[in-house]
Design a protein around this ligand. Structure first.
Ligand SMILES: [Zn+2]
Length: 366
């Protein structure tokens, strides 16, 4: 993303639907707005250059679509609204993941994800990982998770970013695998795991197939944060609430189709981890202005903007806030409120929350 001229009215390209205030009013820099990042996948967080370097190191032949996208900086054209499109997206994701082979690569990935987040004003990052795919090369599930948690601890120390892990099960695998992961996640609850997720194609399997895994996670003190309401409609969000007792929803944007559901999310204070650029990249919505940010916000649903997979979607955390400003006319007060939602929806300890929240006030006062 290019650096924007921070003067509203003449700093943006045409046709982006920015509020065209007259005069030379200063616009606050969203990358300086303190916020929490609650929806970022492990492989998807990588810098394009890092994937290219690692592919080179291990002699991995990346699919042409991916290497072209990574070299040009133009995200690949994807449309995941049908199963074939989703499969194509997963294939690119898997190719990138196959470049991570050694503990050293994991440490680099985590450190770079932390550095990118810090640049974007994040004060707290919860990164989501399914250790299963890395386990064969790293000696099994337990050593893999330990390598990841050690890497997170070092990156947090080196960058000053508060950082924790969500262990995510894969919907495409057997629910028993999810239970194994949930037990593992609970075992490491005091070493940096704060939540349990469920990812991959929502159209496959039922949320309730994973209810035991989520019960294990919840009983172990982890927050429940499954994906829902992205590829499937509002019913998938209801399933996450009813069957998995979700305290947060990965995406959840399709709840906007159902006012009663939005009311329920708002009343219960269930945060939706909304990733607008991802929604457009995957064809969930055609254009940035179609993502129902305003509808959800006005209905009182807590929203934590996230980047999902910046590697494939070409934009990071601060860009999501910029998108809300440009395409949905969020004022600085509203952007600050979104940042507060993200902080309140996080698993950050009270002192970190207070510090970030007062940073939000300072940003507004600046
Ligand atoms: Zn996701």
């Amino acid at each position: 993303m290019c650096e924007q001229d921070h003067v509203r009215g003449n700093g943006y390209p045409d046709g982006l639907g920015v509020r065209q205030d007259s005069g030379m009013e200063r616009v606050r820099d969203v990358s300086e707005l303190p916020k929490a990042h609650l929806h970022l996948h492990f492989t998807g967080s990588m810098r394009p250059g890092t994937v290219l370097e690692l592919a080179d190191k291990y002699g991995v032949r990346l699919p042409e679509t991916l290497s072209e996208a990574l070299t040009s900086g133009e995200p690949p054209r994807l449309r995941a609204t049908d199963e074939r499109g989703w499969f194509r997206f997963q294939r690119l994701y898997d190719a990138a993941r196959s470049c991570i082979r050694e503990a050293e690569d994991i440490r680099r990935l985590v450190r770079e994800a932390a550095e990118e987040d810090v640049k974007d004003g994040s004060g707290w990052l919860e990164i989501q990982v399914d250790p299963t795919s890395y386990a064969p090369r790293l000696g099994g599930l337990i050593p893999t998770l330990e390598i990841i948690l050690d890497a997170v601890e070092s990156a947090a120390r080196e960058t000053g970013l508060g950082m924790r892990v969500l262990v995510a099960a894969n919907r495409m695998r057997h629910p028993l695998d999810a239970r194994t992961l949930a037990r593992l996640a609970v075992r490491y609850a005091d070493r940096g795991v704060v939540g349990f997720g469920l990812s991959n194609d929502e159209r496959r399997g039922m949320a309730r197939d994973f209810d035991r895994a989520f019960a294990i996670a919840r009983e172990g003190g982890l927050l429940s944060a499954p994906h829902g309401g992205e590829l499937a409609g509002p019913s998938s969000v209801r399933d996450c609430l009813d069957d998995l007792h979700a305290t947060r929803i990965g995406h959840g944007v399709r709840a906007a189709d159902d006012p009663r559901l939005m009311k329920r999310l708002a009343e219960r204070g269930v945060t939706c981890e909304v990733c607008p650029a991802s929604n457009v990249a995957l064809g969930v919505y055609d254009k940035p202005e179609d993502v129902p940010l305003r509808t959800l916000y006005e209905a009182g649903v807590p929203l934590a903007l996230g980047a999902d997979d910046p590697l494939l979607f070409g934009s990071r955390l601060a860009d999501q806030y910029e998108l809300a400003r440009r395409h949905h006319a969020f004022t600085d007060e509203e952007l600050a409120e979104l940042a507060r939602h993200s902080i309140r929806g996080s698993a950050a300890p009270e002192d970190v929350r207070q510090k970030l929240l007062s940073g939000v006030d300072d940003w507004l006062a600046s």
